[in-house]
Ligand binder design. Structure first.
Ligand SMILES: *[C@@H]1O[C@H](CO)[C@@H](O)[C@H](O)[C@H]1NC(C)=O
Ligand SMILES: *[C@@H]1O[C@H](CO)[C@@H](O)[C@H](O)[C@H]1NC(C)=O
Ligand SMILES: *[C@@H]1O[C@H](CO)[C@@H](O)[C@H](O)[C@H]1NC(C)=O
Length: 371
């Protein structure tokens, strides 16, 4: 709920109060077995750390986290195949192959809020190939897929309801760590044939990833296992959303796949040739002191949405066929940045109103500059 906050001037507070999203703070999903051992800690006996559980796709157990400890056991399952495909699938194995074949985490319940569902979210995929729920045709309205030397990522625009999220949900951040190191979703694993850890065909586990979804946007980054330093999949900047964690030239209405330069490590920025590091306070009451640099992209291919997503009339998969190509540089993103700046400071999982507080501050700054 709104807390007394001496930072915000009255007009911002008014903005906050008028905001339709003054929803209660999200609660972490209650542990299914509350009698068991809050005293147990991740990493102890029977409480393995999720990000250290490594599998071949074909050797996944039914659940990677069946342990009834901490927030466990896992809500869904990891053996996903044709028999588990469909709108009630609770598959928690997420495939992230390419612009024509990837999944996002969404709510298992209708009109869910990421803040409430973060431990339970299930895979929603662009294609009906992975034993999961399927993102409805038309829900994704634009995206940019980027392949870099350290990670692959997608940034785009989606109707919240395509992931069974409440239309007003501003969402939050998900990653395989979490306070108890069991991940959000708990037991969720990610596989790809598009990272350099794969031979290009074999689905290979992605140990380190992070994602934001909500407010009609999504971003997902899969870091290569071979590159652990620097860490491009930091999960500690969870209140500042896609535009700071995965700066991109994605534009609504466009579908592109590009090679990309590396982004700056989140929180680092350069002023007068000097690299500075910003640590995110929590709560976050002011915008970060910098604008993220959008890395240059190249060799972009442009697609029609039905080339890479399901056509509305059909659930059969069409191949990925380029219909043109365009080069896009980092500077092209300036318009994107301003276009999406209202939602730049994406809320994290802990305090939904902060986004609007931050947006209010940004808007006020903007108004101030205009005046
Ligand atoms: C398909 O998935 C179900 C549910 O996870 C599992 O019980 C079954 O063994 C799987 N089938 C195959 C052939 O892997
Ligand atoms: C999102 O999808 C729902 C369900 O299809 C639809 O009713 C709604 O109008 C869509 N919202 C937007 C902003 O397109
Ligand atoms: C990787 O997965 C995609 C999508 O499932 C598939 O089309 C492609 O053929 C795979 N790549 C290779 C080299 O097998």
């Amino acid at each position: 709920m709104l807390k007394t906050n001496h930072f915000f001037p009255p007009v911002v507070l008014l903005f906050l109060l008028l905001s339709t999203n003054a929803s209660p703070d999200p609660q972490v999903t209650p542990p299914p077995t509350p009698t068991i051992a809050k005293r147990q800690v991740a990493g102890g006996a029977g409480t393995p750390i999720l990000s250290t559980l490594h599998y071949a796709y074909t050797a996944l157990p039914y659940q990677v986290y069946p342990y009834p400890v901490l927030r466990g056991p896992q809500y869904g399952f990891n053996q996903c195949n044709a028999s588990t495909l469909g709108s009630t699938s609770n598959c928690q194995t997420l495939i992230f192959n390419g612009p024509d074949d990837f999944c996002l985490w969404g709510s298992p319940d209708p009109a869910g809020l990421i803040g409430n569902e973060e431990a339970k979210v299930v895979a929603y995929c662009t294609k009906p190939w992975h034993g999961t729920r399927v993102i409805p045709p038309g829900a994704i309205t634009g995206l940019q897929w980027t392949k870099t030397s350290a990670y692959i990522q997608v940034v785009g625009f989606i109707n919240n309801t395509g992931l069974s999220l409440d239309p007003t949900d501003s969402g939050g951040e998900l990653d395989p760590h979490g306070a108890d190191l069991q991940g959000n979703p708990l037991g969720g694993v990610v596989f790809s044939n598009g990272t350099t850890d794969s031979d290009g065909t074999t689905l290979t586990q992605v140990y380190n990833w992070n994602t934001f979804v909500g407010s009609g946007q999504f971003c997902f980054k899969a870091c290569y296992n071979s590159i652990t330093s620097p860490d491009y999949c930091l999960n500690i900047y969870d209140l500042i959303g896609c535009s700071y964690n995965m700066p991109s030239a994605a534009q609504d209405g466009q579908f592109t796949s590009c090679d990309g330069d590396l982004q700056d490590i989140v929180g680092t920025y350069t002023v007068n040739g000097q690299t500075l590091t910003w640590s995110m306070p929590d709560p976050l009451n002011t915008p970060p002191p910098y604008q993220p640099r959008v890395p240059a992209s190249s060799n972009c291919q442009t697609y029609h949405s039905t080339d890479i997503l399901l056509a509305a009339s059909s659930t059969s998969a069409s191949g990925l066929s380029a219909t043109g190509s365009a080069s896009k540089s980092g500077s092209a993103a300036a318009s994107t940045a301003s276009k999406t700046s209202g939602s730049v400071p994406r809320v994290g999982k802990r305090s939904p109103f902060l986004e609007f507080g931050l947006a209010g501050v940004v808007i006020l700054f903007g108004v101030g500059m205009v005046l």
